[in-house]
Design a protein around this ligand. Structure first.
Ligand code: ZN
Length: 324
């Protein structure tokens, strides 16, 4: 019986993980062979690390010691709960879920942002220069955070890079990285001068994803940062207090009326709902305020109030007016 046990043990030896050959074992071996007076020194002073090697897993390094031993060093993996994580996943397209209308989303969606395994890091320090709103002739579906070209841009939360594209491919976004987080949220980082991560890469909150720049439709170096759920953008200031570089709350309840460029952080629900129900009219040649008001069953003074213009203001073709 004992002989069989010995044979079985010998057969299993190659199956033992390499991990077993760690620094502690090496120190024990040294204890056997070394002179008595050096044993104590060896045990009290751990072998000094002399190099670090990458493994296929970027969060797991191998540390080499001066005494020719090694051990794994776990940097800690991103926290990703994979259930339903890859729904609507597309590494080629910027916007996922394009065919899902906002109206089909639930009225309220609870998202957990922070807990014991999920942390937050502000992508770049500093205040918002341009907020989530209708700007000039187009919607601005994110916030602009000033930076210097070459400044490090960091992932807000743990996640997986869904999209990473260079300026030529992304239109106005320029160098763009999009990270999917396990609560369904996606964060967009645009105008990057350099990208360090690519589609499929895991990333941790606070990890550098690239360098800031002014690529794409940009008038100066800044980070254009978006928050989207099911492809629909909402005001990132609902999640992040950029001025203090902190998250507003560990949980956010997204309401359907948030997914509108006229709905901002700081509005009451009534204000946000009213803003989201707005009708925008694009002025055509030959239009005047009276004609537009009549067409939408409203008054010139109501239109002027909504658009903060005077009734004597000149309107020009292509201009957008809130009519309701
Ligand atoms: Zn922007």
């Amino acid at each position: 019986m004992q002989r069989y046990f010995l044979i079985l043990t010998l057969l299993m030896l190659p199956l033992l993980p390499l991990r077993a050959q760690n620094n502690v074992n090496a120190v024990k071996n040294a204890e056997v062979t070394a002179e008595p007076d050096t044993v104590e020194t060896q045990l009290l002073t751990p072998a000094e690390a002399i190099d670090t090697l990458d493994t296929e897993d970027k969060y797991m390094k191998i540390v080499l010691y001066e005494n020719f031993t090694w051990s794994y060093f776990d940097l800690g993996h991103p926290s990703i709960d994979t259930a339903g994580f890859y729904e609507g996943w597309d590494p080629e397209k910027i916007h996922a879920f394009k065919d899902v209308p906002v109206d089909s989303l639930p009225a309220k969606i609870d998202l957990r942002l922070l807990d014991s395994t999920h942390s937050f890091c502000v992508p770049v320090p500093g205040s918002v220069r341009s907020s989530f709103r209708f700007r000039g002739r187009r919607p601005h579906k994110g916030v602009d955070l000033p930076l210097h070209t070459g400044d490090t841009v960091r992932a807000a939360f743990d996640g997986v890079v869904r999209y990473s594209g260079k300026g030529r491919e992304t239109g106005g976004y320029g160098g763009l990285v999009i990270i999917r987080h396990d609560n369904g949220l996606e964060t967009y980082y645009a105008h990057l001068s350099k990208r360090f991560v690519f589609s499929g890469d895991m990333i941790k909150s606070g990890e550098a994803l690239g360098l800031g720049g002014s690529t794409g439709r940009s008038t100066g170096p800044h980070l254009h940062f978006e928050t989207r759920y099911m492809g629909k953008a909402f005001d990132p200031e609902r999640v992040v207090d950029f001025r203090h570089g902190t998250i507003r709350d560990s949980l956010i309840t997204l309401k359907r009326h948030y997914f509108n460029v006229y709905s901002h952080y700081g509005m009451t629900d009534e204000e946000s709902k009213a803003a989201s129900g707005r009708i925008i009219y694009v002025v055509r040649k030959g239009d005047n305020l009276g004609r537009i008001a009549a067409k939408y069953g409203t008054t010139v003074s109501a239109i002027c109030k909504l658009n903060k213009i005077s009734s004597k203001s000149l309107i020009r073709p292509g201009q957008r007016l809130i009519v309701r």
